[in-house]
Design a protein around this ligand. Sequence first.
Ligand SMILES: Nc1ncnc2c1ncn2[C@@H]1O[C@H](COP(=O)(O)OP(=O)(O)OP(=O)(O)O)[C@@H](O)[C@H]1O
Ligand SMILES: [Mg+2]
Length: 158
Amino acid sequence: MLHASQRARSVGEVLQAPELEDNEGKAERSALRGAVTFEQVAYAYETDGRTAVRDFTLDVAPGETIALVGASGAGKSTVLNLVIGVIRPTSGRLLLDGADMNGLALHTYRRFLSVVPQESILFDGTIRENVAYGMDDADEETVRAALRDANALEFVSS
Ligand SMILES: Nc1ncnc2c1ncn2[C@@H]1O[C@H](COP(=O)(O)OP(=O)(O)OP(=O)(O)O)[C@@H](O)[C@H]1O
Ligand SMILES: [Mg+2]
């Protein structure tokens, strides 16, 4: 059984941990434009081998907003999990700013990535620790700006 403090080592921490992925020799990113290109991407979960995503081709320009719409089980979350790099295409190519994501040190890419899950998680600890999760160097103003953006500054302040 997991101790509470171990359980709290969750999503953010796991995604940032370089030792979980083989990042050796892979390109580190210190900046990102945000162009995402799917080239005939397919993905099959190992459990049943059926393709959850098939022949998926999409060009997303930096700053562009995309909504994926489809029935439950259509593959929307699978596409998102490919974008954030928790799974890799079974076939086809996924490019970030024109470079194949397979050659990318994903923990450096994820510094530029924000994910708002359907079900949000509150960790033990202070509000500051929750807001600044994964950003060791967040200063007061960064935390306040994030709270303001989330419409939470007023009730947090009070
Ligand atoms: N971890 C998994 N292991 C095996 N199959 C999976 C896994 N996750 C999803 N699938 C299957 O892959 C297909 C696509 O699922 P996905 O979760 O991407 O759909 P979705 O469009 O996000 O659905 P929803 O609208 O319900 O969130 C479904 O057939 C689903 O059963
Ligand atoms: Mg989903």
